[in-house]
Design a binder for this molecule. Structure first.
Ligand SMILES: [Fe+2]
Length: 284
């Protein structure tokens, strides 16, 4: 039976994003506002992102959770080896008794964040590990999937199908009572158009950018239909959101890096007691 499981979740550390915004005339002011909220008024984008990464690692080291997971967009640009190294260097400071799990975000598996690519996934595997896998803790099954393949199933169709086969095979060996939690970067469902603060022109329709397209959401929910899936824990929005779809909680956490809505940078502590999920968001 599942009992007293506690884990720490952060998402979208997205090292490099703030400086990317600073380099763009229409987004500069937006990024500056966040940086100036920092303890150190002089730090530029990457310094602030690294500062937040250090904070969460020290929170993890003090909290000693069953594991620490980052639900994607560890970095802003998968082609920037220097930033990937900086990310790994910081993560090395995590107490080695705490298991670390990473989830691929759209910025981690595509040179163009709208399009996953084989070359970026290959690089992801070298630096961050598998893009889809599962693990068990205290009687709970946790599943990490590469949601960029669900956002855009036609570009890497064989990998999309492979991942679905992996899921079906995995779930076959679990009965319908075992609690299951999914970690994905993109929320499978939001049910509303998401507005972001930095400029009105770039607001994107909910379908096709912020949540799974209906067709792949249906494929996924058909695969998990008979199972005891408690929740999907995701990132991608850079703001908090809780919705339900088919009785499954979809819990989106604000970013560790630059937020895009009204929620500050933060993290989530999730506890599972006797199969019941409790979770709270904390400001960093
Ligand atoms: Fe992101």
């Amino acid at each position: 039976m599942s009992s007293n499981l506690k884990f720490l979740l952060a998402t979208d550390s997205q090292l490099g994003m703030a400086d990317n915004f600073i380099s763009r005339i229409d987004r500069k002011e937006f990024a500056y506002k966040w940086i100036k909220n920092s303890d150190n008024e002089n730090n530029i984008g990457l310094d602030k992102e690294l500062e937040n990464l250090r904070k969460i690692i020290s929170i993890a080291n003090n909290l000693k959770p069953d594991f620490f997971i980052i639900t994607g967009d560890m970095i802003d640009n998968i082609q920037d080896d220097n930033i990937i190294k900086k990310f790994r260097l910081e993560l090395n400071k995590l107490n080695n008794e705490i298991d670390l799990f990473l989830v691929p975000g759209n910025h981690d598996v595509g040179e163009n964040p709208l399009v996953p690519s084989s070359s970026a996934i290959k690089k992801y595997k070298t630096f961050f590990g598998n893009d889809y896998y599962s693990f068990e803790k205290k009687g709970v099954l946790f599943i990490v999937i590469n949601s960029s393949l669900y956002m855009n199933p036609s570009v890497l169709e064989s990998r999309f199908l492979q991942q679905n086969e992996f899921l079906k095979d995995l779930l076959k060996s679990y009965d319908s009572n075992i609690p299951i939690i999914f970690f994905t970067h993109h929320p499978p469902y939001l049910g509303e158009v998401i507005n972001i603060d930095f400029d009105s022109d770039s607001q994107k329709e909910s379908e096709g950018y912020w949540e799974f397209p209906k067709i792949t959401r249906e494929i996924l929910f058909e695969i998990i239909e008979e199972k005891n899936v408690l929740a999907f824990l995701t990132g991608h929005l850079h703001q908090n959101k809780n919705v339900k779809f088919n009785n499954v909680d979809i819990i989106v956490t604000s970013s560790l890096g630059l937020p895009l809505g009204s929620d500050p940078s933060g993290y989530r502590i999730v506890e599972l007691n006797e199969g019941v999920l409790h979770h709270s968001f904390y400001t960093l």
